[in-house]
Design a protein around this ligand. Structure first.
Ligand SMILES: Nc1ncnc2c1ncn2[C@@H]1O[C@H](COP(=O)(O)OP(=O)(O)OP(=O)(O)O)[C@@H](O)[C@H]1O
Length: 219
């Protein structure tokens, strides 16, 4: 569902951050993306998300060469992905419940049909008591859980998560990891960018390791 062929990326006139990346992400697969700070994990996720264009090489997403499409078609491809950003990107004027329900609203679904689903997921991530507050009063860990719930709620085909357990304690991190694994069992391909070796040791999954601009894959 994602294919990179000899993809390179540099920011402006800077050095090449990613060099000659060739790999694919299969449907229904689960993988970690790791490597030292500054290795390019976020950059790689942003390329998949179509938030950045490669300096060279070819990216194919859901069977489409992304350099050949634009506008509405790009928006349609993005909607097939769920994302957990490092800075959460919750909308401050919507409640936690409304933020998490947003992807379903965008799909045009009626609230009566999804309300119970959203409430159940919020309870699962431990935000049952925080549903009606606005994001600015949530703690860092609570914001992170809200961002994860929002990324999962519509069962995207591909889920990208950038350090999704960076702000929570180890026991909650394990609980959140179970959510990603469960989503994967339901058919979503999952890519989790993380530094956390203990977290990676909990799932027997493929590891994509970035270092010095190159990608090494451990199956
Ligand atoms: N917008 C930008 N403009 C210029 N350089 C950038 C930009 N974003 C990232 N970089 C550089 O690209 C490199 C890769 O950064 P990136 O954030 O992708 O790494 P990372 O592996 O996600 O790091 P971390 O684990 O610390 O989040 C770094 O050297 C960074 O300074």
């Amino acid at each position: 569902m994602v294919r990179f062929d000899n993809v390179g990326l540099r920011y402006g006139m800077g050095p090449e951050v990613l060099r000659d990346l060739t790999f694919s992400i299969e449907p229904r697969s689960f993988q970690f993306l790791t490597g030292p700070s500054g290795a390019g994990k976020t950059t790689l996720l942003r390329l998949i998300l179509l938030a950045l264009k490669p300096t060279r090489g070819l990216i194919t997403l859901f069977g489409e060469d992304v350099s050949q499409i634009g506008g509405d078609a790009l928006t349609a491809l993005r909607r097939r992905m769920g994302v957990v950003f490092q800075d959460f990107r919750l909308l401050d004027h919507l409640t936690t419940y409304e933020n998490v329900a947003l992807p379903l609203r965008v799909q045009g679904r009626e609230e009566a049909g999804y309300r119970a689903e959203v409430v159940e997921l919020l309870r699962w991530v431990g935000l049952g008591e925080r549903m009606h507050v606005l994001p600015p009063v949530l703690s860092g860990g609570e914001k992170q859980r809200a961002a994860i719930a929002r990324a999962l709620i519509a069962r995207p085909e591909l889920l990208l998560a950038d350090e999704p357990t960076g702000n929570v304690d180890p026991s909650l991190a394990r609980r959140l990891l179970r959510l990603f694994v469960e989503l994967n069992r339901l058919g979503t391909s999952v890519i989790i960018a993380t530094h956390d070796l203990a977290l990676m040791d909990q799932v027997d999954a493929r590891r994509l390791v970035l270092g010095e601009g190159r990608l090494h894959i451990y199956e």
